[in-house]
Design a protein around this ligand. Structure first.
Ligand code: P6P
Length: 341
């Protein structure tokens, strides 16, 4: 029988240098995978359970909180709360970090997540997803503080997402490539289906909310027109694809080749997307797959968060396009070429 490479086996085989002795990292990743399986089940039955619709509350982002946002958030926190190796959690849904019960003093890992990215799409049955990022803290023996999370994205030791679409697909990296696993509901396991993901050079798609054009800075107008109206043969078969779920748009572009833009503009100079649990983890994954991610000036992974919910402009996808956008920024914006982030 063909070897079935489950996510659990794959993680076990990818023992990291600091996991050889304890297995902590392996257990943490497997717990995150378990959480996404349960979220997947809730999402698949959302229309049948009382989980659609709004809660009538707003989160720290000022966004309407959907019932499934809360369910996913509480589920992830509950599962991570029991893990002695996790000391604290930063969630898009929570203003402050949460200390876990089991690892608050001795845990080495910090976990950030967006429990349900794209929640505005829940009620219309469009793909949504969970995004996570794992960091290690320097010292233990005391409670983590928010500042422990405010480190550059290069300090992540793992990142991943699970998208709940035509199937549930768990994609992750621990720094040596990107692999994807499709949930087989008949056995309840994520099974390796996308080994060694590499972003193609082609630009099959570009993704941007064109309704924001009226607010775009000149470099964004020029770049998008270069893609859509230019004579470059590279874009002859390029389509605009934008579903309004970051992780779904980035995942599609990762597989077929392309670029996603949520730039800063006159209405929101810092953009909309959050650095700690959206841009950093997705930039880590896309770079591991041979792509790139910028805020228009510098590398996303080099940006140090000034706060848990810091927003950044995000242009992410194949390296040539990301570098070209940064070139347009330098050419069109008033940012001197040697500016740092
Ligand atoms: P807009 C979903 O709410 C989200 O945070 C991302 O998943 C998505 O890429 C973006 O917002 C869509 O924003 O302004 O285009 O609706």
């Amino acid at each position: 029988m063909a070897e079935i490479m489950t996510l659990a086996r794959h993680i076990l085989q990818r023992k990291r240098k600091y996991d050889a002795a304890t297995g902590d990292f392996t257990l943490l990743l497997n717990h995150l995978a378990l959480a996404t399986k349960v979220v997947s089940r809730q999402v698949a039955r959302a229309g049948l359970l009382d989980v659609l619709g709004k809660t009538g509350t707003e989160n720290v982002q000022g966004e309407e909180v959907k019932k499934l946002d809360l369910i996913a958030n509480e589920l992830l926190i509950e599962l991570l709360n029991d893990l002695p190796m996790v000391c604290a959690i930063a969630s898009e849904e929570d203003e402050h970090i949460r200390h876990t019960e089991a690892g608050r003093l001795t845990g080495r890992y910090l976990v950030c997540f967006d429990p349900l990215d794209g929640s505005s799409n829940i009620d219309v049955n469009i793909t949504i997803g969970t995004i996570f990022s794992i960091r290690r803290r320097a010292d233990t023996g005391c409670e983590a503080v928010a500042e422990d999370f405010l480190k550059p994205g290069t300090e992540q030791v793992a990142a991943g997402y699970c998208i709940y679409g035509s199937s549930s697909l768990f994609v992750y990296s621990t720094g040596d490539g990107v692999d994807g696993f499709t949930l087989d509901p008949s056995v309840g396991e994520f099974v390796l289906s996308h080994p060694g993901i590499r972003i193609p050079d082609e630009v099959a798609c570009f993704s941007v909310n064109a309704a924001n054009r009226r607010n775009w800075y000149p470099e964004t107008v020029a770049y998008v027109d270069h893609l859509g109206l230019g004579s470059d043969v590279r874009y002859k078969k390029t389509s605009l694809r934008y579903v309004g779920t970051l992780v779904a748009d980035v995942h599609r572009n990762l597989l077929v080749g392309g670029v996603f833009l949520y730039p800063g503009d006159r209405k929101a100079p810092h953009g909309k997307l959050r650095l700690l649990y959206e841009a950093h983890p997705l930039a880590y994954l896309v770079e591991q797959a041979g792509g790139a991610a910028t805020d228009g000036v510098g590398r996303i992974l080099d940006i140090v968060p000034t706060g848990l919910h810091m927003r950044v402009p995000l242009v992410i996808g194949n390296r040539r396009e990301v570098d070209l956008y940064a070139e347009f920024t330098h050419r069109y914006a008033a940012i001197p070429p040697d500016a740092t982030t």
